[in-house]
Design a protein around this ligand. Structure first.
Ligand SMILES: O=C(O)CCC(=O)C(=O)O
Length: 189
């Protein structure tokens, strides 16, 4: 399937995805976090966790995330994702979709802290879930079924010209873990 420019999908990128899923499911500190949506506090429809190098702060949807030290197994995935994407990632946003009711709405990763054309490496583990990409200017969305062990690298104008989402599904699905490695720029001064 042809993806838009700036999206590169590599199925089967990570070996032993079931083992990695278990390690991350048991080893990370999954928590329900509120976000600000149109000025109201609402629970995110998924559990999250966040790791970063010292001094890194990241803000999205009114939520400020502060650096927590990397567990070794996550550090290893950061290294591998960085090698593939030729980037030094300094943070990881981790999402746990408990079932088909958990989701991620339409958005682009275009926060100022990520710079103008960020490179984001996104690992999928656990249940296969559908990922949608749509042009910001309107037009048909493109579907991608993200399989366990796959890597999706988003770069170039992917966050400028497109939005992405992970919709809910009525289909009974097992939990899914997604890790997105990012390079957060330090604030000036
Ligand atoms: O779970 C996914 O694959 C999507 C994650 C995502 O869009 C994000 O973290 O910005």
């Amino acid at each position: 399937m042809k993806l838009p420019p700036g999206f590169e999908y590599r199925p089967g990128w990570l070996d032993a995805p079931d083992e990695w899923f278990r390690r991350l499911y048991e080893g990370l500190e999954w928590a329900a976090r509120d976000i600000l949506l149109f000025g109201r506090r609402v629970a995110q429809p998924r559990l999250v966790d966040w790791y970063a190098d010292p001094g890194i702060r990241y803000r999205y949807s009114g939520l400020e995330l502060r650096a927590k030290p990397w567990p070794p197994f996550l550090e290893e995935l950061r290294r591998r994702a960085g090698e593939t994407a030729s980037r030094s990632f300094n943070s990881a946003l981790c999402n746990l979709y408990r079932d088909g009711a958990d989701s991620m709405g339409w958005h682009a990763d275009d926060e100022q802290e990520l710079g103008p054309e960020p490179v984001i490496a996104s690992i999928s583990l656990g249940a296969e879930r559908r990922f949608l990409i749509r042009p910001r200017g309107g037009g048909k969305s493109i579907r991608l079924e993200l399989s366990p062990g796959s890597l999706l690298v988003m770069s170039g104008r992917s966050q400028v010209d497109y939005q992405h989402s992970l919709p809910k599904t009525r289909r009974p699905v097992d939990p899914r873990i997604n890790l997105t490695f990012r390079e957060v720029l330090s604030p000036p001064g």
